[in-house]
Design a protein around this ligand. Sequence first.
Ligand SMILES: [Mg+2]
Length: 416
Amino acid sequence: MKITQIETIHLGDFPHILFVAIHTDEGLVGYSDTFYMTDAMRAYIHQFAAPMLLGHDPLAIELHWRRLYEVIAHIAGKGAEIRALSAIDCALWDIFGQAVNQPVWQVLGGATRARIRTYNTCGGPHYGRPTRGGSGYGADAEIGAKYEDLVGFMTDAGALAQDLLSEGITGMKLWPFDFVLDPDGWANWKNFKGAFDPKRVAIHGHSISRADLKLALRPFQQIRDAVGDKMDIMVEGHGFWSLPAAKTIARALEPFEPYWLEDLMRADDVGALAELRASTRTPLLVSEYLTTRYEYKPVLEKNAADIIMIDPTWAGGITESKKIATMAEVYKRPVALHDCTGPFTLLAGIHLAINCSNAVIQESVRAYLRLTYPELITDVPVVRDGHFDAPTKAGIGATLIPDVRQRPDATVVVSK
Ligand SMILES: [Mg+2]
């Protein structure tokens, strides 16, 4: 079998997702996606990676990873390049599974569990799609209001927790601390653009006032008042805080017993992470911002995390994510799989979580599962009783809906 075409598909309505399809001379097509700075990733794939892959055996997955990575590491470029490499790698695993008519979790070595628990990241259907609607975090209550969970946690997190529990979901992630950083104040939260707001970048969170802390703690109180300890609460910080503020936030959250603290700070200083971890009894999760085992290694060596988060289409693909999970297992650390991005990323995470013995939970966004992913792929994973069952189809278990390529907002580029 040989790789005959590498295709990228981008949709204007999903500005940050880049789909990758790898075609073979035996008619098998492997799919994946990755996220952020799609023009740069597309350029890497077609100008750089495609000439290294076309005509080669798609099942030499380890060799392709190493060849692509060696040159990326050589030029010290680990942003768009490693994310694109990740998508290529996941698409090759999809081909491998299809070639032997087995799900990816089986070819990774089989299942260590029949299903993986999921938690709901409380974004709405337009979260992460800042060109759509008026608000940077996609909090467009008028569109898809049923699953507008960002509006939900900012207005009545207790009611949202009850609604999620009624569906069998027992974990929810929220990020109220982001909104005290809005230049126009907490009340402007529906218009907050987060990392996409150039005004916000100038006011990094070096401190937090007692008044702002009280505002941002309100959703946690609402959840505990409404459902007690039935709901696990994951706290997302999006890397916006410096160490003293992160310590203040962590201490203030302790009475609510969060399940984890995620990225209160950027995961770029292991010493600061270790100091934050030592300052709080709440488990620290680190971090979807890291890529490859080489960046996770010091975090584990320095005891800077309780739980390791991996995004398979950022960290280096299924090949690398498996290695990171195995390395975390050596240090007695569980791993959580990230997806707040694209449907094939979610599928890659589910296959890894079914296979890896130290996986504990898979992120999902119910608004994506019900309202956005069905626009994009066949066989959208289904949450049943708060879990994803092990996929049964061969390969990654879904394909891009063919009509997607004909959408008016589609840009399709093919290397062959
Ligand atoms: Mg996160």
